[in-house]
Design a protein around this ligand. Sequence first.
Ligand SMILES: [Zn+2]
Length: 133
Amino acid sequence: MMTFVADAWPGVHDMLWRACDPHLYALAGFEGYHPSCNENFRIAAARMGWNIQEVPDPVDWFQNTPVEGDDLQLGSGRGPTNAGDHVILRAEIDLNVIATACAFDVRGSKINGDRCTGIRLEVSDTPFAPEGN
Ligand SMILES: [Zn+2]
């Protein structure tokens, strides 16, 4: 459905962690309501008239969550992202895309670094041309 055209950052991306949800925040010791990618996805899907049963596993862009130890647990490492780091994807078919900036800010977690920040999405119907072309 999409082609991964460019990856302009020195780190890794994650495809192992599920979208964060209230249960994950409770396990992490957070008390009370906390926004989550799972909820954000469900809200966005409902607005598009998409009645989903399960939130699909996300691609966690810029998230450094390595598999660690003999028991192969998912860890969390600080990602060396900087403003302007980006990925470029090309849609090969018409599709709907839902993106959420993860709000996982549980104290002690390295996911999202020291603070959560916004993301910028750009959608263009102009074919991508790498710089210099
Ligand atoms: Zn999240």
